[in-house]
Design a protein around this ligand. Sequence first.
Ligand code: NAD
Ligand code: ZN
Ligand code: ZN
Length: 345
Amino acid sequence: MKALVYHGPGLKTLEDCPKPVIQAPSDAIVKMVKTTICGTDLHILKGDVATCAPGRILGHEGVGIIDSVGPAVTVFKPGDRVMISCISSCGKCEYCRRGMYSHCTTGGWILGNEIDGTQAEYVRTPHADTSLYPIPEGADEEALVMLSDILPTGFECGVLNGKVAPGATVAIVGAGPVGLAALLTAQFYSPAEIIMVDLDDNRLGIARQFGATHTVNSRDGNAAAEVKSLTGGRGVDTAIEAVGVPATFLLCQDMVAPGGVIANVGVHGQKVDLHLETLWAHNISITTRLVDTVSTPMLLKTVQAGKVDPSRLITHHFRLDQILDAYDTFGRAAATQALKVIISM
Ligand SMILES: NC(=O)c1ccc[n+]([C@@H]2O[C@H](COP(=O)([O-])OP(=O)(O)OC[C@H]3O[C@@H](n4cnc5c(N)ncnc54)[C@H](O)[C@@H]3O)[C@@H](O)[C@H]2O)c1
Ligand SMILES: [Zn+2]
Ligand SMILES: [Zn+2]
């Protein structure tokens, strides 16, 4: 089968790989129908993710059709259409029982990281019963690709951890797919202001269409002052970091109001300074999280009910044999105006 293989920082190829086989009784083999590329795949290609070894098939998002199941799989059978969660969870270990699937002792974020992923014709999904979701009849499968990772990530790591509340002020730094997913799902809670910060005016324009009340281009280094002036000098109740570089985590520290929360979403590959010399007296909280995907069933219902439409994030379509072009398009988003790219098998 064809698959996109990571060969170390900066190196990837589309190549022939063996079709995966069932390794454990709870595994399923899924024939991929659609997948996508995540900002995290770009972090892997920058060498930021040490757990992802050269030789790995990338990808942790997508929808597909069950090809075969191990003897312990009871929920799914060959032919079923499924959405693949980026997080594999056994449902039984201590972390899973606490709803912290991301730290499942035999799962977590392993797809396209510690085991081969979804940017391929077939993928082996461990703990299939508790890591796959049936696709409802008539659902928009491309919209559901957004539910594998970015919608629960923006919601859980950004909105829930950031304690977005009615009437509150929110800043989201990073208007990529994850930041925009946080923007869409923050509106479940009716915050008064949502200020979107990015370097890319096209993405900021999209953020306004998606419900941002203000946008700030941080190119000139004055973003914190602009956010302060938009909030009567106070700063924001919730600052969501959805980029993953030191500059943006520092920016969140400069714009959080007393009593506020900095909710980090970005994957960081470098250390960042924490300015306790100013923040020690500001009653703030800082949260970090790897998405647990515990909210996926709820988000699926909001999508099915038309309360949120994640298909608005899709800008480009490719076939698997064009995946290198898809990476190029996604990696040069400022020039190509890409958000999420769909890759169909
Ligand atoms: N915590 C988790 O579980 C989890 C899950 C998925 C993704 N992520 C991470 O979330 C982050 C965002 O993902 P994405 O797919 O939206 O990525 P992306 O690369 O598409 O978007 C990042 C955005 O940040 C903007 N940006 C870059 N530098 C900036 C700066 N100095 N100031 C303001 N904006 C800046 C870019 O213009 C871009 O629009 C990534 O770090 C990704 O790895 C985390
Ligand atoms: Zn991802
Ligand atoms: Zn577990």
